[in-house]
Design a protein. Sequence first.
Length: 298
Amino acid sequence: MLDFNLFIATVSQGLIWSVMAIGVLLTFRVLDVPDLTVDGSFPLGAAVAAVLMTQGFPIPVALLLAAIAGALAGGVTGFLTTQLKIPALLAGILTMIALYSVNLHVMGKANVSLLASDTLFSQLEAWMPSLWAGLVIGVLFVFLIASLIYWFFGTELGTAIRATGNNDQMARAQGINTNVMLVLGLMISNALVALCGAVVAQSQGFADVGMGVGTIVIGLASVIIGEVLVGPLTFKQTLFAVVVGSVIYRLVIALVLEWGMPPNDLKLFTAVLVALALSMPLIKARSQTWLNRLRLRS
């Protein structure tokens, strides 16, 4: 079992990373688009925020510009998909690859340290222990973002984005410009991912060009685990489920590390975990069929 301090720290990380998972949710479930841009927009947000903060910019300004940078990255993917008719999966891969070089140019090197800069965490740690500072930031961060997303997707514009993902032909019949909605959805998704990257960089004390590797898998794991645990959902419940899934994922990772799993195997473990979660509906259906056959025989 995890000791109390490790448990609180893990929950804090799960809450912070859940904002990235919400971004993945918007493309994976709401838009029904497999977007791999997030592997590049996550470190982009971290890079932009870290460079600005080391140059003395206020933290809110750095976070805002990081989110804008992520939105622009999502816009590039949307442009490739809607205007150049490149399949969304390939468009995301192309943007992700390009962002690796962009991130290097933004930082000027492979990583940027934030240990000598004021961060959200260092400012709050002046008022409370670092363990609780991380938890407070995680709770406030995810509450504000989830509330904002819930409000936005209840508006006419947000509903149009949801309609585009649900049935683009019907949405077009209702006069909705589905190309614009797709681009906007991708921009919002990657803005959230980049914003999460900016906060994670402050939590870790550095931004690194390789910190986005596997981000999409972590996001999918959080989404799928949350859906499996909570079940059929409204949009509000879906947002809550993603947060729960992110925390559970982090707790599972902490447990397997505590039990001695080599850190090098984490990506493999995550991939297997996501594969199991994705196949859970099929497993449940076949298990139910098997149980029904046993009842009939008896």
